[in-house]
Design a protein around this ligand. Structure first.
Ligand SMILES: [Zn+2]
Length: 382
Protein backbone atom coordinates (compact mmCIF):
# COMPACT_ATOMS: atom_id res chain seq x y z
CA UNK A 1 0.00 0.00 0.00
CA UNK A 2 1.15 3.46 -0.75
CA UNK A 3 1.20 5.44 2.47
CA UNK A 4 1.12 8.78 0.71
CA UNK A 5 -2.53 8.06 0.30
CA UNK A 6 -2.88 8.25 4.04
CA UNK A 7 -2.33 11.95 3.75
CA UNK A 8 -5.73 12.12 2.14
CA UNK A 9 -7.20 10.72 5.31
CA UNK A 10 -7.96 14.13 6.73
CA UNK A 11 -10.61 14.49 4.05
CA UNK A 12 -12.33 11.33 5.13
CA UNK A 13 -15.98 11.89 5.77
CA UNK A 14 -16.65 8.57 7.39
CA UNK A 15 -14.12 8.47 10.20
CA UNK A 16 -16.16 10.39 12.72
CA UNK A 17 -15.11 9.16 16.11
CA UNK A 18 -15.69 11.67 18.83
CA UNK A 19 -13.45 12.18 21.81
CA UNK A 20 -14.88 10.90 25.05
CA UNK A 21 -16.83 13.60 26.80
CA UNK A 22 -15.88 14.44 30.35
CA UNK A 23 -17.49 16.77 32.81
CA UNK A 24 -14.18 18.53 33.34
CA UNK A 25 -13.93 19.41 29.67
CA UNK A 26 -17.59 20.34 29.54
CA UNK A 27 -17.19 22.69 32.49
CA UNK A 28 -14.28 24.47 30.82
CA UNK A 29 -16.46 25.40 27.85
CA UNK A 30 -19.00 27.09 30.06
CA UNK A 31 -16.44 28.71 32.31
CA UNK A 32 -17.49 32.37 32.65
CA UNK A 33 -13.81 33.43 32.62
CA UNK A 34 -13.60 32.39 29.00
CA UNK A 35 -16.96 33.84 28.04
CA UNK A 36 -15.36 36.50 25.85
CA UNK A 37 -14.09 33.85 23.50
CA UNK A 38 -17.09 31.59 23.92
CA UNK A 39 -17.79 31.02 20.23
CA UNK A 40 -14.24 29.95 19.37
CA UNK A 41 -14.04 27.89 22.57
CA UNK A 42 -17.18 26.11 21.54
CA UNK A 43 -15.82 25.26 18.11
CA UNK A 44 -12.72 23.73 19.71
CA UNK A 45 -14.58 21.81 22.39
CA UNK A 46 -13.04 18.38 22.99
CA UNK A 47 -16.56 17.03 22.68
CA UNK A 48 -16.57 17.94 19.00
CA UNK A 49 -12.97 17.16 18.09
CA UNK A 50 -12.86 14.18 15.78
CA UNK A 51 -10.17 11.54 16.06
CA UNK A 52 -9.10 12.37 12.51
CA UNK A 53 -8.41 15.97 13.56
CA UNK A 54 -6.51 15.14 16.74
CA UNK A 55 -3.03 16.66 16.57
CA UNK A 56 -1.39 16.40 20.00
CA UNK A 57 1.93 18.12 20.58
CA UNK A 58 4.45 16.57 22.90
CA UNK A 59 4.62 18.23 26.32
CA UNK A 60 8.08 16.88 27.13
CA UNK A 61 11.23 18.94 27.36
CA UNK A 62 13.55 16.26 26.08
CA UNK A 63 16.22 16.05 23.36
CA UNK A 64 15.15 16.43 19.75
CA UNK A 65 17.67 14.96 17.34
CA UNK A 66 17.94 16.30 13.82
CA UNK A 67 19.53 13.91 11.37
CA UNK A 68 19.88 15.59 7.99
CA UNK A 69 21.85 12.73 6.44
CA UNK A 70 21.90 8.99 7.08
CA UNK A 71 24.89 7.71 9.03
CA UNK A 72 25.80 5.25 6.24
CA UNK A 73 25.06 5.17 2.51
CA UNK A 74 21.64 3.76 1.81
CA UNK A 75 20.17 1.38 -0.73
CA UNK A 76 16.42 2.04 -0.80
CA UNK A 77 14.74 -1.25 -1.74
CA UNK A 78 11.20 0.06 -1.95
CA UNK A 79 10.21 3.06 -3.98
CA UNK A 80 8.09 3.83 -7.04
CA UNK A 81 8.31 6.11 -10.09
CA UNK A 82 7.12 9.13 -8.13
CA UNK A 83 9.22 11.55 -10.20
CA UNK A 84 7.43 12.00 -13.52
CA UNK A 85 9.56 14.51 -15.40
CA UNK A 86 13.28 14.82 -16.14
CA UNK A 87 13.58 17.78 -13.78
CA UNK A 88 11.79 15.92 -10.97
CA UNK A 89 14.19 13.01 -11.46
CA UNK A 90 17.14 15.46 -11.25
CA UNK A 91 15.62 16.88 -8.06
CA UNK A 92 15.24 13.37 -6.60
CA UNK A 93 18.92 12.60 -7.28
CA UNK A 94 19.94 15.89 -5.64
CA UNK A 95 17.88 14.96 -2.57
CA UNK A 96 19.36 11.45 -2.52
CA UNK A 97 22.84 13.04 -2.49
CA UNK A 98 21.86 15.35 0.33
CA UNK A 99 20.33 12.67 2.58
CA UNK A 100 22.76 9.88 1.72
CA UNK A 101 20.82 7.51 -0.52
CA UNK A 102 23.20 5.86 -2.97
CA UNK A 103 20.65 3.86 -4.93
CA UNK A 104 16.87 3.48 -5.17
CA UNK A 105 14.86 0.54 -6.48
CA UNK A 106 11.97 1.80 -8.59
CA UNK A 107 9.24 -0.81 -8.33
CA UNK A 108 7.27 -0.03 -11.48
CA UNK A 109 4.74 -2.93 -11.27
CA UNK A 110 4.55 -2.45 -15.05
CA UNK A 111 5.20 -4.50 -18.18
CA UNK A 112 5.13 -3.75 -21.91
CA UNK A 113 5.29 -0.20 -23.23
CA UNK A 114 4.51 1.22 -19.79
CA UNK A 115 7.62 -0.40 -18.31
CA UNK A 116 9.74 0.67 -21.27
CA UNK A 117 8.59 4.28 -20.90
CA UNK A 118 9.49 4.45 -17.19
CA UNK A 119 12.79 2.72 -17.87
CA UNK A 120 13.67 5.33 -20.51
CA UNK A 121 12.85 8.22 -18.17
CA UNK A 122 15.14 6.97 -15.42
CA UNK A 123 17.95 5.76 -17.71
CA UNK A 124 19.91 9.00 -17.24
CA UNK A 125 21.02 7.70 -13.83
CA UNK A 126 21.82 3.99 -14.19
CA UNK A 127 23.98 4.05 -11.05
CA UNK A 128 21.26 5.67 -8.92
CA UNK A 129 18.07 3.90 -9.97
CA UNK A 130 17.22 0.31 -10.74
CA UNK A 131 13.98 -0.46 -12.49
CA UNK A 132 11.98 -3.51 -11.50
CA UNK A 133 9.12 -4.71 -13.70
CA UNK A 134 5.74 -6.31 -12.97
CA UNK A 135 3.90 -9.37 -14.24
CA UNK A 136 1.33 -9.51 -17.00
CA UNK A 137 -1.58 -11.60 -15.71
CA UNK A 138 -3.62 -11.35 -18.95
CA UNK A 139 -5.49 -14.61 -19.52
CA UNK A 140 -4.67 -15.97 -16.05
CA UNK A 141 -8.19 -17.45 -15.87
CA UNK A 142 -7.93 -19.25 -19.22
CA UNK A 143 -6.18 -22.49 -20.06
CA UNK A 144 -2.63 -22.03 -21.32
CA UNK A 145 -1.69 -19.15 -18.98
CA UNK A 146 2.03 -19.02 -18.31
CA UNK A 147 4.25 -18.99 -21.40
CA UNK A 148 3.22 -15.52 -22.59
CA UNK A 149 3.68 -14.04 -19.10
CA UNK A 150 7.10 -15.68 -18.83
CA UNK A 151 8.04 -14.35 -22.26
CA UNK A 152 7.10 -10.81 -21.27
CA UNK A 153 9.18 -11.18 -18.09
CA UNK A 154 12.16 -12.20 -20.20
CA UNK A 155 11.57 -9.27 -22.52
CA UNK A 156 11.47 -6.84 -19.58
CA UNK A 157 14.71 -8.35 -18.28
CA UNK A 158 16.27 -7.69 -21.70
CA UNK A 159 14.89 -4.15 -21.59
CA UNK A 160 16.68 -3.49 -18.29
CA UNK A 161 14.47 -4.81 -15.47
CA UNK A 162 16.65 -6.12 -12.61
CA UNK A 163 13.93 -7.46 -10.36
CA UNK A 164 10.16 -7.85 -10.08
CA UNK A 165 7.80 -5.80 -7.98
CA UNK A 166 5.86 -4.63 -6.28
CA UNK A 167 3.47 -7.57 -6.64
CA UNK A 168 0.46 -7.32 -4.30
CA UNK A 169 -1.96 -9.78 -2.80
CA UNK A 170 -4.01 -8.28 -0.02
CA UNK A 171 -6.11 -11.42 0.25
CA UNK A 172 -8.27 -11.24 -2.85
CA UNK A 173 -5.71 -12.28 -5.43
CA UNK A 174 -2.60 -11.04 -7.19
CA UNK A 175 -2.15 -7.60 -8.66
CA UNK A 176 0.71 -5.99 -10.53
CA UNK A 177 -0.12 -2.35 -11.16
CA UNK A 178 -3.05 -2.38 -13.57
CA UNK A 179 -2.89 -6.14 -14.17
CA UNK A 180 -5.14 -8.15 -11.86
CA UNK A 181 -5.70 -11.81 -11.13
CA UNK A 182 -8.63 -12.03 -8.69
CA UNK A 183 -8.67 -15.31 -6.79
CA UNK A 184 -5.17 -16.38 -7.85
CA UNK A 185 -2.73 -16.30 -4.93
CA UNK A 186 1.08 -16.58 -4.98
CA UNK A 187 1.06 -20.33 -4.20
CA UNK A 188 -1.30 -21.10 -7.09
CA UNK A 189 0.17 -23.70 -9.49
CA UNK A 190 -0.41 -21.23 -12.33
CA UNK A 191 2.30 -19.01 -10.80
CA UNK A 192 5.00 -21.70 -10.69
CA UNK A 193 6.62 -20.93 -14.05
CA UNK A 194 6.84 -17.20 -13.31
CA UNK A 195 8.43 -17.62 -9.87
CA UNK A 196 10.89 -20.18 -11.25
CA UNK A 197 11.83 -17.89 -14.13
CA UNK A 198 12.53 -15.06 -11.68
CA UNK A 199 15.05 -17.32 -9.95
CA UNK A 200 16.56 -18.40 -13.24
CA UNK A 201 16.93 -14.82 -14.50
CA UNK A 202 18.34 -13.67 -11.15
CA UNK A 203 15.44 -11.31 -10.53
CA UNK A 204 14.46 -10.87 -6.86
CA UNK A 205 10.75 -10.38 -6.22
CA UNK A 206 9.27 -7.66 -4.02
CA UNK A 207 6.02 -9.19 -2.75
CA UNK A 208 3.42 -7.42 -0.64
CA UNK A 209 1.01 -9.75 1.13
CA UNK A 210 -1.89 -8.74 3.38
CA UNK A 211 -2.14 -5.30 4.99
CA UNK A 212 -1.95 -3.88 8.52
CA UNK A 213 -3.88 -5.90 11.07
CA UNK A 214 -6.23 -3.07 12.04
CA UNK A 215 -7.80 -3.18 8.54
CA UNK A 216 -9.15 -6.66 9.28
CA UNK A 217 -10.49 -5.76 12.70
CA UNK A 218 -13.84 -4.24 13.60
CA UNK A 219 -14.13 -0.51 13.02
CA UNK A 220 -14.99 0.21 16.63
CA UNK A 221 -13.55 2.01 19.62
CA UNK A 222 -11.14 -0.85 20.34
CA UNK A 223 -9.38 -0.63 16.96
CA UNK A 224 -5.84 0.62 17.67
CA UNK A 225 -5.33 1.84 14.11
CA UNK A 226 -8.79 3.32 13.72
CA UNK A 227 -7.53 6.71 12.64
CA UNK A 228 -6.22 5.09 9.48
CA UNK A 229 -8.28 1.92 9.30
CA UNK A 230 -11.60 3.08 7.96
CA UNK A 231 -10.47 4.18 4.50
CA UNK A 232 -8.56 0.95 3.98
CA UNK A 233 -10.93 -1.38 5.75
CA UNK A 234 -10.89 -5.05 4.80
CA UNK A 235 -13.12 -6.24 7.65
CA UNK A 236 -16.17 -5.90 5.41
CA UNK A 237 -14.97 -8.10 2.54
CA UNK A 238 -16.35 -11.61 2.71
CA UNK A 239 -14.17 -14.38 1.32
CA UNK A 240 -10.93 -12.44 1.71
CA UNK A 241 -7.92 -14.47 2.90
CA UNK A 242 -6.96 -12.96 6.25
CA UNK A 243 -3.51 -11.72 7.26
CA UNK A 244 -2.42 -14.98 8.83
CA UNK A 245 -3.65 -16.94 5.82
CA UNK A 246 -1.65 -14.71 3.48
CA UNK A 247 1.51 -15.24 5.55
CA UNK A 248 0.96 -19.01 5.19
CA UNK A 249 0.51 -18.61 1.43
CA UNK A 250 3.76 -16.63 1.26
CA UNK A 251 5.56 -19.39 3.16
CA UNK A 252 4.26 -22.11 0.80
CA UNK A 253 5.58 -20.03 -2.09
CA UNK A 254 8.98 -19.57 -0.45
CA UNK A 255 9.29 -23.28 0.25
CA UNK A 256 8.39 -24.25 -3.30
CA UNK A 257 10.80 -21.81 -4.98
CA UNK A 258 14.05 -21.90 -3.04
CA UNK A 259 16.07 -20.56 -5.97
CA UNK A 260 14.04 -17.39 -6.08
CA UNK A 261 14.80 -14.57 -3.65
CA UNK A 262 11.80 -12.75 -2.21
CA UNK A 263 11.65 -9.45 -0.37
CA UNK A 264 8.55 -9.24 1.82
CA UNK A 265 7.29 -5.68 1.74
CA UNK A 266 6.53 -3.85 4.99
CA UNK A 267 7.74 -6.55 7.41
CA UNK A 268 5.24 -8.87 5.65
CA UNK A 269 2.64 -6.80 7.54
CA UNK A 270 3.76 -8.61 10.69
CA UNK A 271 4.96 -5.35 12.26
CA UNK A 272 2.41 -6.07 15.02
CA UNK A 273 3.79 -9.61 15.53
CA UNK A 274 7.52 -9.41 14.88
CA UNK A 275 8.16 -12.67 16.71
CA UNK A 276 6.19 -14.51 14.01
CA UNK A 277 8.12 -12.69 11.27
CA UNK A 278 11.32 -13.84 12.98
CA UNK A 279 10.15 -17.45 12.77
CA UNK A 280 9.23 -17.06 9.09
CA UNK A 281 12.66 -15.60 8.36
CA UNK A 282 14.37 -18.45 10.19
CA UNK A 283 12.46 -21.08 8.23
CA UNK A 284 13.05 -19.46 4.85
CA UNK A 285 16.59 -18.61 3.80
CA UNK A 286 15.41 -17.14 0.46
CA UNK A 287 13.53 -14.35 2.23
CA UNK A 288 14.36 -10.76 3.19
CA UNK A 289 11.92 -8.24 4.64
CA UNK A 290 11.82 -4.55 3.82
CA UNK A 291 11.03 -2.05 6.55
CA UNK A 292 9.27 0.45 4.26
CA UNK A 293 6.10 2.27 5.28
CA UNK A 294 6.02 0.66 8.74
CA UNK A 295 8.07 3.19 10.71
CA UNK A 296 5.02 4.60 12.45
CA UNK A 297 3.84 1.07 13.29
CA UNK A 298 7.13 0.07 14.93
CA UNK A 299 7.93 3.50 16.46
CA UNK A 300 5.49 2.91 19.35
CA UNK A 301 7.43 -0.24 20.45
CA UNK A 302 11.06 0.88 20.29
CA UNK A 303 12.53 -1.69 22.70
CA UNK A 304 10.88 -4.73 21.16
CA UNK A 305 11.52 -3.42 17.65
CA UNK A 306 15.22 -2.77 18.26
CA UNK A 307 15.61 -6.25 19.78
CA UNK A 308 14.05 -7.62 16.61
CA UNK A 309 16.44 -5.58 14.47
CA UNK A 310 19.38 -6.91 16.47
CA UNK A 311 18.26 -10.51 16.09
CA UNK A 312 17.48 -10.36 12.36
CA UNK A 313 19.81 -7.60 11.22
CA UNK A 314 21.11 -9.75 8.35
CA UNK A 315 17.66 -10.16 6.76
CA UNK A 316 16.15 -6.68 6.91
CA UNK A 317 16.50 -4.12 4.14
CA UNK A 318 15.75 -0.42 4.11
CA UNK A 319 12.85 0.99 2.10
CA UNK A 320 10.67 4.11 2.04
CA UNK A 321 7.59 3.84 -0.28
CA UNK A 322 6.50 7.44 0.32
CA UNK A 323 7.70 9.88 -2.31
CA UNK A 324 11.02 11.72 -2.28
CA UNK A 325 10.77 14.74 0.01
CA UNK A 326 13.83 15.41 2.12
CA UNK A 327 11.82 15.42 5.34
CA UNK A 328 10.35 12.02 4.45
CA UNK A 329 13.86 10.53 4.59
CA UNK A 330 14.89 12.48 7.68
CA UNK A 331 11.94 11.35 9.81
CA UNK A 332 13.00 7.74 9.09
CA UNK A 333 16.61 8.45 10.12
CA UNK A 334 15.32 9.86 13.40
CA UNK A 335 13.32 6.70 14.08
CA UNK A 336 16.17 4.32 13.21
CA UNK A 337 19.17 6.23 14.55
CA UNK A 338 18.09 8.41 17.48
CA UNK A 339 16.90 7.57 20.97
CA UNK A 340 14.34 10.38 20.92
CA UNK A 341 11.08 9.64 22.69
CA UNK A 342 7.41 10.49 22.30
CA UNK A 343 7.31 12.51 19.09
CA UNK A 344 4.46 12.86 16.63
CA UNK A 345 4.52 12.70 12.87
CA UNK A 346 0.79 12.84 12.22
CA UNK A 347 1.10 14.57 8.86
CA UNK A 348 3.29 11.84 7.43
CA UNK A 349 1.66 8.80 8.95
CA UNK A 350 -1.85 9.76 10.01
CA UNK A 351 -1.66 8.04 13.40
CA UNK A 352 -2.14 9.87 16.68
CA UNK A 353 0.40 7.47 18.18
CA UNK A 354 3.59 8.91 19.62
CA UNK A 355 6.78 7.55 18.07
CA UNK A 356 10.18 6.73 19.54
CA UNK A 357 13.66 6.21 18.14
CA UNK A 358 15.33 2.78 18.13
CA UNK A 359 18.91 4.01 18.48
CA UNK A 360 20.21 1.14 16.34
CA UNK A 361 23.93 0.60 16.65
CA UNK A 362 26.32 1.15 13.77
CA UNK A 363 26.71 -2.49 12.77
CA UNK A 364 22.95 -2.97 12.50
CA UNK A 365 22.44 0.34 10.70
CA UNK A 366 25.08 -0.52 8.14
CA UNK A 367 23.53 -3.91 7.42
CA UNK A 368 19.97 -2.61 7.14
CA UNK A 369 20.81 0.61 5.28
CA UNK A 370 23.17 -0.98 2.81
CA UNK A 371 25.01 -4.26 3.22
CA UNK A 372 22.09 -6.73 3.10
CA UNK A 373 20.67 -5.10 -0.02
CA UNK A 374 24.12 -5.00 -1.63
CA UNK A 375 24.54 -8.71 -0.91
CA UNK A 376 21.08 -9.56 -2.26
CA UNK A 377 21.65 -7.53 -5.44
CA UNK A 378 25.15 -8.88 -6.02
CA UNK A 379 24.02 -12.50 -5.59
CA UNK A 380 21.70 -12.32 -8.61
CA UNK A 381 24.47 -11.73 -11.15
CA UNK A 382 24.33 -14.72 -13.46
ZN1 LIG B 1 5.13 0.18 -2.43
Amino acid sequence: MNRRSFLKWANLAGLAVGMPATSAFGAAVDDPKSATASSTKKAASPETILLKDYRPKSIYKIPVTEIPKAKFPIIDMHSHPYAKTASEIDQWVATMDEVGVAKTMILTMATGAEFDGIQRKYSKYPERFELWCGFDFAGYDKPGFGPAAVKELERCRQAGARGVGEIHDKGKGLRSGKSNAPGMHPDDPRMEALWEKCGELGMPVSLHVADPIWMYQKMDKYNDGLMNAYEWRLDNQPGIVDLSGMVDIFEHTLARHRNTTFVACHFMNLDYDLARLGEVLERNPNLYADISARYAETGPIPRFASQFYAKHADRLVYGTDMGFDKSMYQVRFRILESLDEHFYENEQFGYHWALNGFGLDDTILQEVYHDNAAKLLAARKT
